[in-house]
Design a binder for this molecule. Sequence first.
Ligand code: PLP
Length: 361
Amino acid sequence: VFNFAAGPATLPENVLLKAQSELYNWDGSGMSVMEMSHRGKEFMSIIQKAEADLRALLNIPEDYAVLFLQGGATTQFAAIPLNLCKPDDTVDYIVTGSWGDKAYKEAAKYSKPKVIWSGKAEKYTNIPAFDSLEQSPDAKYLHICANETIHGVEFKDYPNPKNPNAILVADMSSNFCSKPVDVTKFGVIYAGAQKNVGPSGVTIVIIKKDLIGNAQPITPVMLDYKIHAENNSLYNTPPCFGIYMCGLVFDDLLAQGGLVEVEKKNKKKAQILYDTIDASNGFFRCPVEKSVRSLMNVPFTLAKSELEAEFIKEAAKEKMVQLKGHRSVGGMRASIYNAMPLAGVEKLVAFMKDFQVSLEI
Ligand code: PLP
């Protein structure tokens, strides 16, 4: 089966097989990772290797902390303002889709967020030109969602905050580790694991160390980056098995040659899918402006929308599953994260062409 789900999503087969082989007895310890103390030497070696491999993959400098947390990216929507500003501080949000909008709404409880650009009127099909952005001169940070999972728009480059004291904050949940990123451009990067790097239950935060330690007094202990950084993500019981799985994925991405190689594969997959859509004479349509189309989530519709249910049903018969678009936008969506093999996308485009031909005859 080729699984095009948006997350939780398909994981590399070799990673799943390795986890299976170690399920009962990790590295001769006689224990499953699920059974280990999070403070024992076995798990310590797992989390330390996971962090070291992630640092190698993304070239994360020493002055950034890497935290393995829980609560999903949704929890970070609150943790970001709680840790980075005071209740009366202005913070800027670029809203390019539903996730950026949710982040903004949550921030309104703990700060004074301002939407400096919204793509809502264009149904979230674009990213603004950075030069024309009117940023708040006193904003403490500028928040973006690097890849909108539902709408399929992705930043190809990143804006600089105007205020020299402000930092750039990015939700990278759905394109984390899909391509190289210059971490030093960001104050904080956060991502739920369940799309590109592991199962749900782990949320990764990469934060410049000098931003840690300024949480608002009301901040729950579980949302305070200082607590987690001081305790190396072991303040309370972490999602041990999920962290272990992320570690296996990081190891696998390094073995593939790192993110430069991974990006090449992702570009190739996305290109054949977008090319098929664009060459279909309007039979299939992707609403997203070409220059900002996501390499990860490809939303598309049929000119004859009444045939979409049939498309999804027939694709499932051919073992291509979870192609239904998000309930808020409809149509179809093919999520083609790192672990989707080229063969999966090739099979999908062949199916799309056949589907079109069968109806045009
Ligand atoms: N941000 C983005 C870009 C997402 O795609 C998602 C989930 O799909 C979230 C945030 C929310 O993540 P979680 O469900 O882990 O809280």
